[in-house]
Write a protein that binds this ligand. Sequence first.
Ligand SMILES: Cc1ncc(COP(=O)(O)O)c(C=O)c1O
Length: 341
Amino acid sequence: MKIIDLRSDTVTKPTDEMRKAMFEALVGDAVYGDDETTNELERLAAEAVGMEAAMFVPSGTFGNQVAVLTHTNHGSEIILGANSHIKWHEVGGIALISGVLAHTIKENENGLMPIEEIKTGIRTEDIHHPDTTLICLENAHGNGKVLPLEYMKAVSEIAKAHQIPIHLDGARLFNAATFLNVEAKEICKYVDSVQFCLSKGLAAPIGSIVAGSHQFISKAKRNRKMLGGGMRQTGVIAAPGIIALEKMSKRLSIDHDNAKYFRDQLDKISGFEVNGGRDINLVFHQVDNTIDYQKLVSFLKERNILINGDEYGSGRFVTHIGVSRDDIDYTIQSIKDFLKE
Ligand SMILES: Cc1ncc(COP(=O)(O)O)c(C=O)c1O
């Protein structure tokens, strides 16, 4: 029986085409620059985001951390969203690895840090201040909203005026591009470096890309090596990454449409209220106190549907290549059955 896994888009499995590509991949020692498949992935990735160079890294967290380390100096300060992945979900890596202070700005419900607060967050040359060495943005934001291009542009103008680079956590960059109906490079033209995940909605089994200028990537490669990310015959994992980039990035509107369908159905169920960002493949919802979410998790599991537990009554379902309309109908029916019991 099929398992319907709604916990995240990180649960996607490589397609048959990806597995075949893995089997056939040309490989070499990537630290020597000899892995042709990885070189090709990096070339295609740089092109896709409109940057000079790119490098393959093991995960999104790795990519963000290596980017922060490469842009900043120990003891300096970076500006980032209070709810950003880099701040919340990367085990405090920016403090440990880069030794930077986090100047956090609370994002509004659209995932945007108010422009005025970014401006005032940039430190002056006052002898008491640390230097501001980086601004981090997240697009799509983890709250399900996509940052508009005008906003990216406005932040980039401030950053340029102060000669501060911008790093973009684009774990779901292609979801953002799909929503905005632009190529990924249109988003990335406002930033100095970007990290995007091949392993989420794009369905590759492993890996992320960090892209930036030649100079940035050559420094970042040294940092990648230092952090233990100098992998060898990476062609076997880069090969599905190429398919992820070239093919899977073009099918994300299906996941977005399915998420919309899911929200519409869920909203009709009494006790459920759809909330949060509705731009991509994330279905945020709140339940009222008549619903025991933990019991719902167990009930659905019995029916081969996997969901995460709630946080204070808030839950999140995620659509991806492994979730069809029928799966959503089955899940909705199962939730109704649960509420009947
Ligand atoms: C916005 C964002 N950034 C970074 C990451 C980290 O990616 P990884 O799980 O590959 O480390 C995630 C993962 O969910 C994410 O949602």
